[in-house]
Design a protein around this ligand. Structure first.
Ligand SMILES: O=P(O)(O)OC[C@H]1O[C@H](OP(=O)(O)OP(=O)(O)O)[C@H](O)[C@@H]1O
Ligand SMILES: NC(=O)CC[C@H](N)C(=O)O
Length: 763
């Protein structure tokens, strides 16, 4: 699963990267394995930073500041890695983590190399980048067609590269030197017909704008919103509405299936391009993936989870009947702290409702360590299992001598349920019942959730009793699929079908054959990935940046998604600051000419003499600032500016200019705003035209064949022209109110004019 964002800011001097970074942090629960941002600077040049790791590991103040431009797209991804064979090999791999991460991680499509981290880039027919959430089921056919028909070189196994190249190829077919919205719509319409699967995409065309589009069945979520401020209007696409809410965007809408929305500095244009699809959003978003404070396709995720709890309580009563002997309802886990980086406590909302409905006490018996990420989206079975233990801690008091009902959002591989049932027993529970808000997961997901192998699903080929036995529970109680659908549909009855493929094996897009599922299983099961581990897989060419070392070091320190989390925050931040300092100095040194460097040295020496009484630390600081200032002659870096949001990252906070929007900022309607901008543009254009007229007095160049004959006449004409220009300038200077300062200049012009006239007469 991935989180995607695209942002266009009206003020060209504000860095889009800052809010893209904030947005990706808010979407961290959708993917923990890699993150990337690409921005577009003033001259249409693209800047990028993408790397393996959590958002906080990939970006820092320096690389955010180097992501120049007021528009950009961001992406974070969940990838999948192989299971490690046994506990011993797990330990070995943790110790040699740099090798581990290069060899065994694996995404939903393609490999896990950095070069396959999104966003992807192509340079033809325009500079284009794309990021997506989802998965294509006809990737092989597409790849073949792009090669044979379109002659496009596809360098990775990532389906994002295929989507981007299909889009680019379709644009190329329009044969235009400059594109317009119409051409983009034509290209995306073609893409809808060529690409089968679930995909929500954001793209950016250098120097043009940003684009959001969603597959014709609307399987994966994507929404957009606008924000009006003093500079104009800003526009953002995001996977979940919570990002838009947090960053102050309003008028939030979902992109409908088969629709595309194009946003430039001048206009927002949207169009539904195909009508053969029907909105079938993935129901697993509501069950597990999305944050409760998001609204997807008109359905509040939080409300749908409450409703799931209501229905689940009915199932408990149905299954236990008169023997209902539960003392306490306990959710799978409760976060130790509540802050914006937290992953959602998916089971908690439903568990509260179950307790309420059954009138049985609710207790938070499992406390979560927030530094350990979401285990379901972690690489490898051993790691998932170990992480559940590290992440959750059972409070014995809440379990001892009790019959407990543990409520979780889902049981997929059974890793979590098995571990926590055992933890409950170890803590002294008498009986352990396990209730799941989702029905049994029996089929693979092919639309972007990494559940590729039927064999790995604990419910595959097992009934409820066998599942209970497998996870060690006294009883397992599942949600009914119709009840799950009703829980979501209640809040948007217009949605008649959901993608429930993991529960019923029905794939709404078509094109998912048994052969495809077999292929998928063979290539992406934990077992298949584990044998890949031993293969050497060199890095493919990709647009990745030079941060491998630091990022790998960070992974070595923090472990994969926080699994190995002996986190020493101070040490981490100290090392990061040192790295930053060194990189900045290196960059400055290499980007300056020798002359500049020696000038700088001289001025640095001067500065240090003047400050000789100050402490060494502050001297260093000053010279660094001076160097940065000089470097800004090469690339002028705009100020980081946050709006409607106070950053949590201290480093960024100190470097940023915080601007909290007042209600007045939002008073203006979009229409009024656009009118105002139009007027401003017209006035500027008019002024420009008037200015230009003065200089259009210069004669046009003669035809070369006539030049010989008219050369003399031309020379005379030129002198006369000069005299006229001088005359005009003089007239303007005389009318100038600051007469005194103009006198010298008028005399000079007079003299020049006189000389010209004498020269003229002599002809
Ligand atoms: O049966 P499994 O294969 O273990 O998968 C299901 C579990 O995975 C998820 O937890 P996760 O730790 O990923 O998410 P959370 O942080 O939201 O609790 C989910 O909430 C279930 O507990
Ligand atoms: N989880 C996802 O949405 C995966 C996106 C894409 N298929 C990739 O593997 O990069």
């Amino acid at each position: 699963m991935c989180g995607i964002i695209a942002l266009l800011l009206s003020n060209p001097d504000i860095l889009a990267s800052v809010e893209l970074f904030e947005g990706l942090q808010i979407l961290q629960h959708r993917g923990q394995d890699a993150a990337g941002i690409v921005t577009c600077g003033h001259k249409g040049r693209l800047y990028q930073c993408k790397e393996n790791g959590m958002v906080r590991d990939v970006f820092d103040q320096e690389n955010l500041q180097n992501l120049i431009g007021s528009l950009g797209i961001g992406h974070e991804i969940l990838k999948e890695a192989s299971s490690l064979v046994d506990e011993l090999s797990f330990v070995i791999h943790i110790l040699t983590f740099h090798i581990f991460i290069n060899l065994v991680r694996y995404p939903t499509a393609g490999t896990s190399s950095k070069s396959e981290a999104q966003p992807f880039y192509v340079n033809s027919p325009y500079g284009m980048v794309l990021a997506h959430n989802g998965n294509l089921v006809n990737a092989e056919e597409l790849k073949n067609s792009l090669d044979v028909r379109a002659h496009r070189h596809i360098n990775t196994d990532s389906d994002s590269e295929l989507l981007l190249n299909t889009f680019a190829d379709n644009l190329q077919q329009t044969g235009k030197f400059r594109i317009y919205e119409e051409d983009i719509f034509t290209a995306i319409k073609g893409l809808y017909e060529q690409c089968i699967g679930g995909y929500a995409c954001v793209a950016m065309i250098a120097g043009f704008g940003i684009i959001g589009f969603r597959d014709p069945h609307g399987v994966r979520p994507i929404c957009y919103g606008t924000r009006v401020n003093h500079d104009g209007f800003d526009f953002m696409f995001a996977s979940e509405s919570v990002v838009l809410d947090n960053l102050g965007f309003t008028e939030v809408k979902d992109i409908s299936p088969g629709e595309a929305v194009i946003v430039t500095k001048q206009a927002i244009t949207k169009r539904k391009l195909v009508h053969w699809g029907e909105l079938t959003p993935c129901i697993f978003e509501y069950v597990y993936f999305a944050r409760p404070d998001s609204v997807i396709d008109g359905i509040s995720v939080y409300r749908s989870r409450l409703e799931m709890g209501e229905h689940l309580a009915n199932q408990v009563v149905k299954k236990c009947g008169k023997n209902l002997d539960i003392d306490v309802v306990i959710p799978k886990g409760t976060n130790q702290f509540l802050d914006r980086e937290n992953v959602p406590d998916t089971s908690r909302v439903a568990a509260l409702q179950v307790s309420h409905k059954l009138k049985i006490a609710y207790r938070e018996g499992f406390i979560k360590n927030r530094y350990v990420g979401r285990t379901f989206i972690m690489p490898g079975q051993q790691m998932r299992r170990k992480s559940v233990r590290r992440k959750l801690n059972a409070m014995a008091l809440e379990f001892v001598d009790k019959n407990v009902l543990i409520v979780d959002d889902s049981i997929v591989r059974g890793t979590t349920s098995k571990e926590i049932v055992q933890m409950a027993r170890d803590a002294g529970a008498k009986k352990v019942y396990f209730a799941s808000c989702a029905p049994p997961v029996r089929y693979p997901n092919v639309y972007g959730i990494d559940m590729p192998s039927r064999q790995e699903l604990v419910a595959f080929g097992r009934d409820d009793d066998l599942i209970a036995k497998e996870i060690g529970a006294d009883m397992v109680i599942y949600q009914d699929l119709n009840d799950l659908i009703a829980s979501c549909q209640k809040f948007n009855p217009n949605i008649t079908v959901f993608d429930c493929s993991v529960f019923n094996g029905h794939y709404v897009t078509g094109g998912v054959t048994n052969e495809y599922l077999d292929r998928l299983e063979k290539s992406r099961s934990d077992l298949a990935k584990s044998s890949r581990e031993n293969l050497h897989s060199p890095e493919a060419i990709g647009l990745h940046n030079l941060r491998h070392t630091s990022s790998q070091a960070s992974l070595e320190r923090n472990g994969w998604n926080g699994v190995n989390d002996q986190i020493n925050m101070e040490e981490t931040s100290r090392q990061r600051k040192e790295r930053l300092k060194a990189t900045r100095k290196r960059k400055l040194a290499s980007s300056k000419s020798e002359e500049q460097a020696s000038e700088e040295q001289a001025s640095e020496e001067q500065a240090s003499k003047e400050q000789v009484s100050k402490e060494q630390a502050s001297e260093e600081q000053a010279s660094e600032e001076q160097a940065v200032e000089e470097a800004s002659n090469i690339v002028k870096k705009p100020i980081l500016k946050f709006r409607n949001y106070t950053p949590s990252n201290e480093e960024i906070k100190t470097a940023a200019k915080i601007h909290i929007a007042t209600p007045n900022d939002l008073d203006e309607t979009l229409e009024k705003h656009v009118d105002r901008i139009t007027k401003e543009v017209e006035e500027t254009e008019k002024a420009k035209r008037e200015e230009e007229d003065l200089f259009n007095l210069a004669p046009k160049k003669p035809n070369w064949d006539l030049k010989r004959d008219v050369e003399k006449k031309l020379a005379k004409l030129e002198r006369k022209t000069q005299a006229s220009i001088a005359h005009l300038i003089k007239a303007r200077l005389q009318s100038d109110s600051a007469e005194n300062t103009s006198i010298g200049l008028i005399d000079a012009v007079n003299a020049q004019q006189k000389a010209d006239l004498e020269d003229n007469d002599s002809d």
